[in-house]
Design a protein around this ligand. Structure first.
Ligand SMILES: C[S@@+](CC[C@H](N)C(=O)[O-])C[C@H]1O[C@@H](n2cnc3c(N)ncnc32)[C@H](O)[C@@H]1O
Length: 149
């Protein structure tokens, strides 16, 4: 039978559409004392904006090639390899991330809504996350059509 204990996650999910919205959210959600995990950093363009606000950042991507370039361009940022579906590896990078940014190819479009929701719930269950910002047009559209009764 359903009870309130099943609904204990308090993580706020912020759905953005497009990279401009994704990056614009940094000013609102990132403070200097945060510990931030970024997934899908590519060449580090968003990473460096996150780093300007908060130096306690681990920026990650599944592509080792992208990370080579990212490290060359932004040597001050910590870049690590991570597949977004590998939660064990994410936990090895740190247990106490309180903010997360996710922009992974394949998850931004309209056919990936269920995967996006499953991933958000998985990360919110594993880390003490206050906020996860995700670039996902499908989640944004879905959220606009939801209310909590
Ligand atoms: C649109 S790019 C990210 C752009 C970046 N966030 C920015 O603002 O410049 C998407 C990234 O997702 C990465 N990616 C794809 N599949 C992934 C996965 N399973 N886990 C982690 N990153 C992945 C790609 O390597 C690519 O760098």
């Amino acid at each position: 039978m359903a009870n309130e204990k099943q609904y204990k996650l308090n993580t706020l999910y912020v759905a953005t559409r497009g990279v401009e919205e994704y990056r614009a959210s940094i000013a609102k959600y990132i403070q200097p004392g945060d510990k931030v995990l970024e997934i899908g950093c590519e060449w580090g363009t968003t990473s460096t904006l996150l780093y300007e606000r908060c130096q306690n950042l681990v920026a990650t991507d599944v592509s080792a090639e992208c990370l080579v370039r990212a490290r060359q361009m932004y040597p001050e940022v910590r870049f690590e390899t991570l597949d977004v579906f590998n939660l064990k590896r994410a936990m090895e990078l740190g247990a106490d991330f309180n903010k997360m940014y996710i922009d992974v190819s394949g998850l931004s479009g309209y056919r990936s809504l269920l995967d996006v929701i499953a991933l958000l719930e998985m990360y919110a269950s594993a880390f003490p996350l206050e906020v996860i910002v995700i670039k996902s047009g499908s989640l944004k559209n879905f959220a606009k059509r939801c209310i909590a009764w």
